[in-house]
Design a protein around this ligand. Structure first.
Ligand code: AMP
Ligand code: ZN
Length: 458
């Protein structure tokens, strides 16, 4: 049994694949005009955990992650400045170069976090024809109207618009002021925006309606259809996408093809920093590189994310991240002392673990089961090692490479440690630091704790 929470039905449901043994999975991907931040990474760690759990349960997964490389507007409601143009000005590069640069950075960090590569990363700019095709279909089916700045989707024409967020068209985003312009309904949105008449945009394309660029919801409907065909099984994204982006994706696919885009809609809750929202002005929109500079490994951040259920808000602080780093270090140290993994697994733990992850990805519980297993004296270490390798197919913490790799301290390092202990007792800190560097050159890291010096392999 495999249960997932479906935002469409607002309940946990048993997973029923459209095609036996296969899952089509679409994750809203990065907008490549800046580095992905740790909040974004929470979202991709969640979708990677989902994919791993599905694969572990025997499904073959086709995973699509789109790359938003078209300039879109800063606000959700088709207003504000174009994000890609802002980045071009900031960096003095072409839109193309900005997009490729951040796409590459995205994939580097993704690998560092041990996120499995998707089956395909389609770029919005390479699927303009498919997007135009979709708008044409919507036009034929009577869902569009023209204003002076673009072609819009008329949400009042779609009977069940708002089914995902439970909002009616007229009460769209209650409390949020919507820039109406020439829109007929507050929830209507742009499918195609015209380039300004008096200037040339760097990113613009010909279309049957005039030169311009696609609205930002369009690429996901068009590309999910191309690579997964609709309806497909599961669509994911952050919770901020429920009210606007996903609602509009559903509307476009329904309007163009008369089907529900995806059967199950899953959303991760937001990552907060120091109890609040991340913001440029607070300087806390951290990236993976910034975490590394502060001694937090990408995999420790991954462990930190797994410690909370994906639907619960998670508060990032450097203390909490350090605690995750310490836990990862401790786990590595423990498994170094284990025997070579056996084929066997600790049955009871294996069963409980699978129940937890297949219950809407209950990773905090799965981690608790892992720690219980690690500390279980009744289980021999070779069996524990075999079990941990199975668990780690879902956690993705690369633990296998530490199992059984005892640290043998060479005589030369042991001697330096002895000398350093004397230097420390004499409070000769400069000598102690010099010896630490020397030990490091030999491939070992020394940490000073209340119990004395501790040595780790680099
Ligand atoms: P974007 O590049 O802004 O489209 O965001 C990429 C993904 O990250 C989307 O699924 C967003 O919903 C998600 N996301 C953005 N900010 C956060 C956050 N603070 N916590 C968790 N997910 C986020
Ligand atoms: Zn999307």
């Amino acid at each position: 049994m495999f249960y997932l929470y479906n935002a469409l039905t607002r309940q946990k449901e048993e997973l029923k694949p459209i095609k036996a043994g296969h899952i089509g999975l679409y994750n809203c991907g990065p907008t490549v005009y800046w580095f992905a931040h740790i909040g974004n990474w929470r979202s991709y760690i969640f979708s990677d955990t989902l994919r791993r759990t599905l694969e572990q349960s025997g499904f073959e997964v086709t995973q699509v992650v789109n790359i938003t490389d078209v300039g879109h507007l800063v606000g959700d409601g088709d207003e504000g400045e174009d994000k890609m143009l802002v980045a071009m000005r900031r960096e003095g590069k072409s839109a193309f170069d900005v997009a490729r640069f951040y796409e590459e950075k995205f994939l580097i960090d993704s690998d560092l976090l041990n996120i499995q590569r998707a089956s395909v990363y389609p770029r919005a700019t390479e699927h303009i024809a498919e997007q135009i095709e979709m708008v044409k279909k919507l036009e034929t089916n009577g869902f569009t109207y023209r204003t002076s700045d673009g072609i819009y989707f008329d949400t009042s024409k779609l009977e069940n618009y708002g089914r995902l967020s439970g909002q009616k068209t007229e009460e769209k985003q209650a409390g949020v002021r919507v820039e109406m312009g020439e829109k007929k309904n507050a929830s209507d949105f742009a499918l195609w925006k015209f380039s300004p008449a008096d200037s040339k945009r760097e990113m613009e394309w010909e279309s049957p309606w005039g030169v311009g660029f696609p609205g930002w919801h369009l690429e996901c409907s068009a590309m999910s259809k191309k690579y997964l065909s609709v309806p497909f099984d599961i669509h994911t994204g952050g919770e901020d996408h429920i009210a606007v982006h996903h609602e509009n994706e559903i509307a476009q696919t329904q309007g163009a093809d008369g089907v529900l885009e995806a059967n199950v809609w899953m959303h991760n809750a937001f990552l907060m920093v120091d109890g609040g929202k991340m913001s440029k002005s607070l300087g806390n929109v951290y990236t993976i590189s910034e975490l590394r500079e502060k001694g937090i490994e990408p995999l420790a951040f991954r462990l930190f994310c797994l410690g909370a259920h994906y639907r619960a808000k998670l508060n990032f602080t450097f203390e909490a991240a350090q605690a995750a780093q310490n836990a990862l270090d401790k786990l590595r140290e423990i498994v170094r002392g284990w025997e070579t993994p056996s084929e066997e697994i600790c049955e009871d733990y294996g069963k409980r673990f699978l129940e937890a992850v297949r219950d809407d990805l209950n990773t905090p519980q799965a981690l608790a089961i892992m720690w219980e297993m690690v500390g279980d004296e009744k289980c021999v270490s070779a069996t524990k090692a075999g079990t941990l390798i199975e668990f780690d197919k879902i956690f993705g913490l690369e633990l296998e490479k530490y199992i059984g790799k005892k640290i043998e301290i060479p005589a030369e390092v042991a001697e330096l440690l002895k000398v350093r202990e004397i230097a420390r007792a004499e409070k000769n800190w400069s000598e102690s630091d010099r010896l630490r560097d020397k030990i490091e050159e030999l491939g070992f890291v020394v940490e000073d704790s209340s119990e004395g010096q501790k040595v780790k392999g680099k």
